[in-house]
Design a protein around this ligand. Sequence first.
Ligand SMILES: Nc1ncnc2c1ncn2[C@@H]1O[C@H](COP(=O)(O)OP(=O)(O)OP(=O)(O)O)[C@@H](O)[C@H]1O
Ligand SMILES: [Mg+2]
Length: 371
Amino acid sequence: MSPLARNPRVLVVDDNAAFLDNLQELLGDAGYEVRIAESCRAARECAKDGFDVALVDLRLPDGDGTALAAELKQELPESEVVLLTGFATLETAVEAVRAGACAYLMKPCAPQDLLLTLEQAMRQVRLHAEKRELARRAQVTEKLAAVGTMTAGLSHEIRNPLNAAALQLSVLERRVRKLSEAQQGPLLEPLSLVRDEIRRLDHILEDFLQFARPRDFRPEPVEVEPLLRRVVDLLGGQAEARKVRLERVGAASTARVPGEEERLRQVLINLALNALEATPAGGEVRISAGEDGQSVWVTVDDTGPGVPSEVRDRIFEPFFTTKAQGSGLGLSIVHSIVTQHGGTLEVGDAPGGGARFFLRLPKAPPVVAYR
Ligand SMILES: Nc1ncnc2c1ncn2[C@@H]1O[C@H](COP(=O)(O)OP(=O)(O)OP(=O)(O)O)[C@@H](O)[C@H]1O
Ligand SMILES: [Mg+2]
């Protein structure tokens, strides 16, 4: 199972205690996380925590199951509802469809029918999630392309005067150093501040140019383990300064991925830096890796506050930042490099709290399409 995957969640809404007991056992054994509600009111409460599929009885003590199904579907359009009924008529079937239910089952139903229907509903749920993820990626890619075109010329124009300013600053610094110690003192500090700001601008321009330069992709086999170790080494000083433990945890990986080492290092540095920045002193940032089937995965976990759900959809957008000093380009650069490598990047929750960034890269070279 992928480190971000979780068990599918089923909400069962029925007022028959014996039936609920049976279902809880059956679904629990089949790997579902089960929540039960005996009324419409309880179901609305449970639904606030989210679910993947709701199994709703048509007759509930405080209302009608069809109306509840419609309500739940409106609240969570990416989840599915299956209606349960003691006796089926054409009318109830039509109503169920109108309410947005994806299926409807007659009670008592055979366990294998129930499990099959649930599996079909889960397939729908996964399709909704995949569709949303594809739309999100397309949107980010579109924005990145726009940023690339827009900033290519601009970055170039800014870089020339910036280089001239840096050169003049060196001249000024040299002249100041020729002054007496007492005269140098009040001049050197502002000069070094200007130097820092120029460096920062240069760094931002470099980031912009990453989008602007449509570079060839020349993948070579890159060994994952040395790459991860190098990143941990490179950021060791920063971690120490922040009093955060930065560690490569778990078994060493022998995997290789086709890619550009420097760009992959940039991906991991950005993820680890974000994790370090989010983690309070005394916390930990853990990097682990493994492989399954056709891909290699890397997770970067931290013990910071995590990424709130309302910003999750936006963090890969260029310029989205919640930091006073951030440019908001880090993760969008990461996103474009990962996409170029044929991989995916997801964000979720780390097991002990905090954020988990989950990177997946193909093990085999990407398939070349011939026209
Ligand atoms: N590990 C993390 N924990 C919590 N929030 C995170 C984490 N990583 C990223 N984020 C959120 O995603 C936002 C975007 O990150 P991104 O790396 O693109 O930009 P930034 O870090 O703000 O600025 P820059 O990387 O350009 O310095 C961050 O501002 C932060 O809100
Ligand atoms: Mg960042």
